[in-house]
Design a protein around this ligand. Structure first.
Ligand SMILES: Nc1ncnc2c1ncn2[C@@H]1O[C@H](COP(=O)(O)OP(=O)(O)O)[C@@H](O)[C@H]1O
Ligand SMILES: [Mg+2]
Length: 426
């Protein structure tokens, strides 16, 4: 089979690595891909959001199956476009992707279906938003309605900060169209975790739990990022909490999809806040998480291509998902200056110091080839990934590999997974 993967991050590297192992896959293209991906796929110079060019390519190259990594092409309607052209593609429709591309859309869906989430109000008028804000309690969360590459949300501890962010979004229009609407929501206490559900439109398959680390610095300090590291499974989602997630969130969400004739295909990423074992939804995303994909796929024993393929064929029940009973962890090496002003262009000389085996792997994110050298081309650069027999072992392995190498040009967190360890020993 000829497969096209859309995207260029660590998530897409993990997807290409995973599907390349399947004997069903003969050829992989990745648009636009990165330096690491080129080991498994032929990179194609088409940006992930140029959906017309991607269609043209898929038709010309007789692509049998397309897997979409990031949210932009989904929100632009790549799935509808490919399906209209009789091409098999993995992901939700443009309509369904609004669960991610409009925070108001997703909050209204949760509200009318009684899905536990923070209370909220949405605004198109700055004056009304400001008046509401000034009567709200702190902390308060302000969100641009549309896609903003992870920069559109601020958890505000002070009213002054909240007012100035509101002004930046609605008057200075720093997110242009994505900030035409604003959602103001109450603050949820607790610890975040991620839960991924594959849906073929009728039936669902839940993956094991995982946990990302959003903040730049150790101990969850510093600004929000795209994610600095992840591991799976996450002890915060114990059996009791998982039951609640299924009964109070996942099942009601998919029942509501049926009731509303809302066809959802692809991956639903449920961002959770868990407070004393009580889960509520922070947000929905319509695709795999990055970096959670890396440790999740690293733990899958069964055919990773088939997981996507059977889902797209609407026969998810034919797929037998087998997990390695191990813990996987992925630590992000980011370029200096990330997330504000990431330094790019430097050669990555450290690559040869890392191993690529079934237990250890370096997934690339912001890397590219320049004059036969691998150079930094983005904020998050490498994902050092390791598999251990438990979380402690996985943490030791990944940091042993990292600490062996002198990494002067990178910033990374030293405490990925530690939260899970504390929980286990309690
Ligand atoms: N209601 C809330 N209470 C507490 N923290 C929140 C809330 N909403 C968002 N956050 C924090 O802000 C981060 C980003 O918000 P999110 O809704 O996931 O937007 P996005 O991922 O699109 O930037 C979350 O991962 C979480 O840390
Ligand atoms: Mg989020």
């Amino acid at each position: 089979m000829r497969v096209l993967v859309v995207g260029s991050g660590g998530r897409e590297h993990a997807i290409c690595w995973g599907i390349a192992k399947s004997n069903k896959v003969k050829k992989i293209y990745c648009a636009p891909g990165n330096a690491g991906i080129s080991e498994f796929a032929e990179n194609v110079e088409i940006p992930a959001d140029n959906i017309n060019k991607l269609l043209e390519f898929a038709l010309k190259e007789k692509i049998d199956f397309t897997i979409v990594g990031p949210e932009q092409p989904l929100s632009l309607g790549i799935v509808d476009l490919f399906r209209d052209n009789k091409l098999l593609i993995f992901g939700p429709s443009k309509f369904a992707s609004q669960l991610e591309s409009s925070k108001e859309f997703s909050k209204l869906f949760m509200e009318r279906n009684n899905i536990p989430t923070a209370s909220f109000k949405s605004f198109t008028s700055y004056d009304e938003a400001k008046a509401y804000l000034n009567e709200s309690n702190l902390p308060i969360v302000i969100k641009a309605d549309g896609l903003a590459s992870g920069k559109g949300v601020k958890v505000c501890m002070e009213m002054e900060e909240a007012n100035s962010f509101l002004k930046e979004i609605m008057l200075d229009k720093i997110f242009s169209k994505s900030g035409e609407k604003v959602v103001i929501e109450s603050f949820l206490e607790g610890e975040e975790a991620s839960f991924f559900v594959f849906s073929d439109g009728e039936k669902i398959l839940c993956l094991d739990s995982s946990q990302d680390h959003k903040r730049l610095l150790d101990d969850d300090k510093g600004p929000n990022t795209g994610g600095m590291g992840a591991y799976s499974p996450a002890p915060i989602i114990d059996e009791e909490t998982k039951e609640k997630i299924l009964n109070e969130i996942i099942n009601p969400v998919f029942e509501a999809f049926k009731k509303e004739n809302f066809e959802y295909t692809g991956i639903l990423y449920v961002g959770l806040m868990i407070n004393n074992k009580k889960p509520s939804v922070v947000e929905f995303n319509c695709r795999f998480g990055d970096p959670e994909t890396q440790p999740l796929l690293f733990r899958i024993e069964s055919d990773i291509f088939d997981l996507f393929y059977q889902t797209a064929l609407k026969q998810i029940d034919q797929y037998q998902l087998i997990w390695k009973r191990k813990t996987a962890i992925s630590v992000v090496l980011a370029s200096l200056g990330y997330p504000m002003n990431p330094e790019t262009g430097g050669e990555i000389k450290e690559l040869e110091s890392f191993k690529n085996t079934d237990d250890e792997f370096v997934f690339h994110a912001g890397t590219k080839f320049l004059d036969n050298k691998v150079v930094i081309s983005g904020g998050r650069v490498l994902n050092i990934t390791a598999l251990g027999h438990d979380l402690e072992d996985a943490i030791n392995k990944v940091y042993d590999s990292i600490n062996k190498v002198e990494l002067k040009n990178f910033h990374y967190r030293n405490d990925i997974g530690k939260k899970g360890l504390v929980k286990k020993t309690k």
